[in-house]
Design a protein around this ligand. Structure first.
Ligand code: GLY
Length: 332
């Protein structure tokens, strides 16, 4: 990973601006890397933000606006993941997300700060920014999680407006799926790309956020890992933070993100910890080869790493040296 980042940064020197997802991304080279191209980058820097998949790049830009102005990690991750939540071209998060098999877009999200505070919503409908509702569950209630009608009523009470989240494109995809309407949702890396985001701010505090429309054409009422603290997201400000993407049931069965953080507590690097969690899934869950799971972790020192089952999972990294996409290593 480090050598790849090294290569990318060197290759892009002199072409410092790249348009990705409509955003101008500064890819200027890390000076210490240029001085010693064979050395691995320590990635020890703050602030820093990492997030899952290609849509992490524009999301990171929004988070970076907060972090680079001395803002808090918790505000950065909320602002960051709101970008794909509002983007109708992202078919797996927020507005424009694929619906369940009844044609309803149902959203899951959670957020966690440096003080172990957390908030979560699940099976939330008609609200474009579930992450901000989760933030208010954290900030304004004595609870961690609200679901369904209760989450919607809370959101409306807090001033959120109901709106139709089913775009024409998502509706057409659902109608196409209905022609066969197989009972089991097909989950793979193409249709299942939750955004999970982790940030370390200038003060050295960690936070994370995770938000998704879940598995495309899922059973009505199905909730995945993304709103579940410990499964889809976990933050321990003494150690590090982890988030996940892919087949949520596998993360739930292994409490995957808590596992990654606990592995880091035992001394593993972020990448080693993510690999250990993927290997745990592979050992415990026999059918793992049918699915994709990707973990992304960031530790207190600003080091990050990732691992997944199938190749094809990537993640975005943004720090003072610029932004870039990196490919996660995989066990298959
Ligand atoms: N990882 C998101 C989900 O399974 O819903």
């Amino acid at each position: 990973m480090n050598s790849k980042r090294n290569f990318l940064k060197m290759a892009l020197q002199g072409t410092s601006l790249l348009t990705i997802g409509g955003f101008l991304t500064n890819l200027r080279a890390h000076s210490s890397v240029m001085d010693n191209s064979s050395a691995s980058i320590t990635n020890r820097t703050k602030p820093i933000v990492v997030s899952t998949w290609n849509h992490g790049l524009p999301a990171n830009q929004a988070a970076w606006q907060v972090l680079s102005n001395g803002g808090k990690a918790i505000d950065a991750v909320e602002q960051g993941v709101r970008v794909p939540e509002a983007d109708p071209s992202v078919m797996t998060v927020g507005y424009g997300g694929y619906p369940d098999r009844e044609g309803k877009v149902t959203l899951d999200a959670c957020i966690m700060d440096e003080n172990q505070n957390c908030g979560s919503v699940a099976f939330l409908q008609n609200i474009k920014h579930p992450i901000s509702v989760a933030r208010l569950v954290m900030d304004k209630t004595p609870h961690v999680m609200l679901v369904g009608e209760g989450a919607l009523e809370f959101a409306k009470y807090q001033g959120f407006k109901e709106e139709n989240l089913l775009t024409d494109k998502a509706k057409a995809a659902w109608q196409d799926w209905l022609k066969e309407s197989k009972y089991q949702p097909v989950i793979n890396i193409e249709n299942h790309d939750t955004i999970g985001m982790l940030a370390l701010d200038n003060n050295g505090d960690l936070s994370g956020a995770c938000t998704t429309s879940g598995a495309a054409f899922k059973m009505s009422g199905r909730v995945g890992d993304s709103p579940l603290i410990g499964a889809g997201l976990y933050v321990d400000n003494e150690i590090g933070a982890a988030t996940a993407t892919g087949m949520g049931e596998l993360m739930i069965k292994t409490v995957g993100c808590h596992l990654v953080v606990e592995m880091m507590r035992q001394g593993l690097s972020p990448e080693q910890a993510c690999k250990a969690a993927v290997e745990r899934i592979a050992k415990k869950l026999g059918d793992y080869k049918q699915f994709q799971v990707g973990f992304l972790a960031l530790n207190k020192a600003g080091e990050y790493g990732s691992y997944c089952i199938q190749s094809g999972f990537n993640y975005a990294v943004t720090d003072k040296f610029g932004s870039e996409l990196q490919d996660a290593k995989s066990i298959l």
